[in-house]
Design a binder for this molecule. Structure first.
Ligand SMILES: Cc1cc2nc3c(=O)[nH]c(=O)nc-3n(C[C@H](O)[C@H](O)[C@H](O)COP(=O)(O)O)c2cc1C
Length: 166
């Protein structure tokens, strides 16, 4: 898929088919995550891929807005060591992951973690040490249904040279 088309057509998926995703596809998606831009090239990230149904069910039970992780064949956890720009770096890696999944024809959805009180619990559940923060989770799989969340038009969000009050 052409890059600009990929950027413009990605949408969140919260309903998945159960068919497994080939391991090499998952690896390529994570490879795109680890190549993201990162402050001072620190690359503080680690990626944990969870496919085990019981573990996904446990993650889904804890993640308030990620119940669909139970049904998606793949859950990716993006963790970052507790450095200054960990949230920016981890978020950037996650966006690459969502886009790479879309380029492979897969659906995905970001699931909030860092700001949630249960983030440390989820990090512990997947075996992360205390100096790593769980930035976010992603559900990934073949899409059953994809969101059609409305987008603000470009004219509403773009200004040239100076911020315009609207
Ligand atoms: C930081 C962040 C946190 C999000 N957390 C969740 C979440 O916990 N659960 C969920 O279903 N979607 C979550 N989303 C997905 C957004 O709801 C979604 O991106 C938004 O509604 C726009 O829709 P789109 O992704 O289809 O363009 C999150 C997205 C971002 C960027």
């Amino acid at each position: 898929m052409e890059a600009i088309e990929c950027l413009k057509t990605r949408r969140s998926t919260r309903s998945y088919r159960t068919d497994p995703v080939p391991r090499e596809v998952i690896e390529d998606i994570i490879d795109c995550g680890r190549l993201a831009a990162t402050g001072n090239n620190v690359q503080p990230w680690r990626f944990v891929v969870v496919t085990d149904p019981a573990k996904r069910a446990e993650i889904a039970r804890i993640a308030e807005y990620g119940k669909f992780i139970k049904d998606a064949p793949v859950c990716v956890a993006v963790l970052c060591e507790n450095v200054k720009l960990y949230l920016e770096d981890g978020s950037n890696a996650m966006q690459n992951i969502l886009l790479a999944a879309h380029a492979h024809g897969l659906g995905s959805c970001w699931v909030c973690a860092d700001k949630k009180p249960y983030a440390p619990l989820l990090a512990k559940l997947i075996g992360a040490p205390d100096n790593f923060n769980l930035v976010a989770l992603a559900a990934i799989g073949w899409a059953e249904k994809t969101s059609n969340a409305p987008k603000k038009p470009l004219s509403e969000v773009l200004d040239w040279e100076q911020f315009q009050m609207r």
